[in-house]
Design a protein around this ligand. Structure first.
Ligand SMILES: [Zn+2]
Length: 310
């Protein structure tokens, strides 16, 4: 076991290692996280199967938690959810508060130690091996034993609602937390889920550079679009911009249409290859799972807008 200061240093080293690894990738399998070098030894950063993990040789406080990947439409095995204060919840392991895993998470809470939250965002193509997206640092800021769960903050300045707070103060905390959880947690997860469902390629041109891919909404969340993969498409920067500005439209039969006036324009190879040659082509990359494919009703609605704008 190491001192509290060394424990913090260990955690910072984990974050730096993950940050460096994420320059080239979005997600990890459990196996990828088996060999983290620290103090002359290799350590696992996640358990072989379970959700809460601590590195015995280094610290008795948890270093990571996992939320498994659940495809859209299926039931969640763990009900990690959002509380009235809009902060996220993480369920105990089982129902025994004294389970070693729950104790290790409680220690991280008591010592204000930051940890990594891995969330499943898809599968390795053609397998059932989960791909996990890390989020760090996160903090366990409270425990709700009556609900058998911990409160997780993805932001150091997360606001707990003080006991006896006026409705105005409570409202400020709720709004702040809602915004933080949306920006730091839900939006990145939507992006990762969509991009993984398209196997890290643009739906229109199959460009395979993750850094150049966006998760485009078919129906904007500002218009009530849900954060389901079937309301998204992985699009490269060019095709995302072209889709959002109605230079291209995608019909409910998954065919790309280019705006007529653009087809009449002649201006070099990028326009020619990236835009004009896509006219009449079917989407080249769609998700394997039917439930994740672009929702045809939402596409129809969106395609109407495209036709009216043309
Ligand atoms: Zn593209």
């Amino acid at each position: 076991m190491i001192s509290e200061l060394d424990d913090l240093a260990f955690r910072e080293t984990v974050f730096a290692w993950l940050r460096a690894a994420m320059l080239g990738r979005e997600s990890f399998t459990r196996d990828d996280l088996k060999h983290f070098p620290f103090g002359g030894q290799m350590h696992r950063l996640v358990g072989p199967q379970t959700g809460i993990w601590h590195v015995k040789a280094v610290s008795d406080a948890a270093i990571s938690i996992i939320t498994s990947y659940i495809p859209d439409g299926a039931k969640r095995p763990y009900e990690d959810s959002v509380g009235e204060d809009r902060l996220l919840r993480y369920k105990w392991r089982g129902t025994n508060s004294q389970h070693a895993d729950n104790i290790s998470l409680r220690r991280a809470m008591e010592r204000h130690l930051p940890l990594v939250w891995f969330t499943g965002v898809g599968y390795v193509p053609g397998t059932k091996t989960q791909l996990l997206r890390p989020e760090f640092p996160v903090w366990i800021v409270a425990e709700e034993p009556e609900s058998q769960q911990f409160v997780v903050a993805v932001d150091e300045d997360a606001l707990r609602i003080p006991v006896g707070a006026s409705p105005e103060i409570a409202e400020i905390a709720i709004r702040y937390n809602e915004r933080m959880v949306q920006v730091r947690h839900h939006q990145p997860l939507f992006r990762s889920r969509v991009i993984h469902a398209y196997e890290m390629r643009c739906a229109v041109c199959r460009l395979p550079f993750t850094k150049l891919l966006d998760a485009a909404h078919i129906k904007a969340d500002s218009k009530g679009g849900l954060p389901r993969v079937s309301n998204g498409m992985a699009l490269c920067k060019i095709h995302h911009g072209a889709f959002d500005s109605n230079i291209i439209g995608i019909s409910p039969d998954y065919v790309v249409h280019v705006k007529e006036s653009v087809l009449q324009t002649f201006d070099g190879p990028t326009l020619q290859h990236s835009i004009k040659e896509m006219d009449g082509e079917s989407l080249r990359q769609i998700p394997n799972a039917k439930i994740d494919r672009p929702d045809r009703d939402l596409l129809a609605e969106r395609f109407n807008e495209f036709e009216q704008a043309s």
